[in-house]
Design a binder for this molecule. Structure first.
Ligand code: ING
Length: 300
């Protein structure tokens, strides 16, 4: 068996004027708590260093770039990397990335127990809209602020197995999970910022927690892998973000769930060998999957 403890470190709201140092201090406290519970890796949310800024429309490039990191690690995040190495615990961190050649991505990294970056992912499914829309109580301008990720979906060696990453809206798309499953991922980690209110379809607001669990549970079951999905939660600058961080087994069972909408650590023991129960049987891709019959759009 390849058993170890994983942790999800849910964050409560990050205020617009809250410093990165403050957010990092909160995450360091959660990392210590995760380590105290025996965790080998701790998963932080999407865009975990700042408030969820795509809810506003900024036009001045300086106002936009204030939300982005030009280096990783950097002075603000170095304490996280130092603590990771000191405690011997890996972590996953989501942040806004501004590259040296001027590209803006919604990015996440995996850092191993020695504090070294061993994987990087840039969000592919960017939800929301491209321009300011005045009918909305708040914006969701990820298509305006970020370019589509250019790194694809990959599984990399980590924690005695293969791990993959995705970010927030990615989790709603079956192709995300299948791509990672086909890449051999046994553990998928991701963060999310999901508003309770979805302006285009408010009649679905009461389903946001359900859709979060549905997406992650289906992804795990249909690809025989473990997942840790972690929220930035709570009322952030007047906008309610769902909590509901979960750890899900390859069977699709939820084995840990956050109770509140603040800073909160959830943990569970995973056994990567248990992926076989699914991947060698019901979802044995080699034996049962029929890719030549997919994407054939036959005329009605
Ligand atoms: N947030 C949301 C998500 O996909 C959203 C956007 C909310 C889409 C509700 C559909 C319904 O969880 C991010 N950051 O992708």
């Amino acid at each position: 068996s390849r058993k170890f403890i994983v942790a999800g470190a849910q964050l409560g709201p990050i205020a617009r004027d809250e410093s990165r140092a403050s957010a990092v201090a909160r995450m360091c406290a959660l990392m210590r708590a995760a380590k105290a519970r025996g965790a080998r890796v701790v998963v932080f949310p999407e865009l975990a260093l700042t408030t969820f800024f795509p809810r506003w429309h900024f036009t001045d490039p300086a106002d936009i770039d204030q939300w982005f990191e030009t280096e990783m690690p950097n002075a603000d995040t170095q304490p996280l990397f130092d603590l990771s190495r000191e405690l011997g615990i890996g972590f996953h961190l989501g942040y806004a990335e501004l590259t040296a050649d001027g590209h803006h991505y919604n990015t996440a990294i995996m850092v191993n127990e020695s504090g070294e970056i061993i994987g990087k992912y840039r969000k592919i499914h960017l939800p929301g809209h491209f321009e300011f829309e005045d009918w909305r109580p708040f914006q969701h301008l990820e298509k305006y602020y970020f370019e589509k990720g250019d790194l694809g979906f990959h599984a990399f060696h980590a924690f005695d197995g293969k791990a993959g990453m995705c970010i927030c809206n990615d989790r709603r798309w079956p192709e995300t999970w299948r791509s990672l499953g086909l890449a051999g991922a046994e553990l998928v980690v991701l963060g999310y910022n999901t508003p309770l209110h979805y302006p285009p379809a408010p009649e679905h607001d009461h389903l946001q927690y359900f859709h979060n669990e549905l997406s992650v549970q289906a992804g795990c079951y249909q690809n025989g892998l473990w997942a840790v999905a972690v929220a930035k939660a709570g009322n952030e600058e007047g906008c309610d973000l769902i909590g509901g961080s979960v750890i899900v087994a390859p069977t699709g069972e939820i084995i840990a769930k956050a109770q509140g909408v603040g800073d909160e650590v959830i943990t569970a023991e995973v056994d990567l060998d248990r992926c076989t129960e699914i991947r060698a049987n019901i979802f044995n891709f080699a034996m049962h999957r029929e890719p030549s019959d997919y994407h054939r759009i036959t005329a009605p």
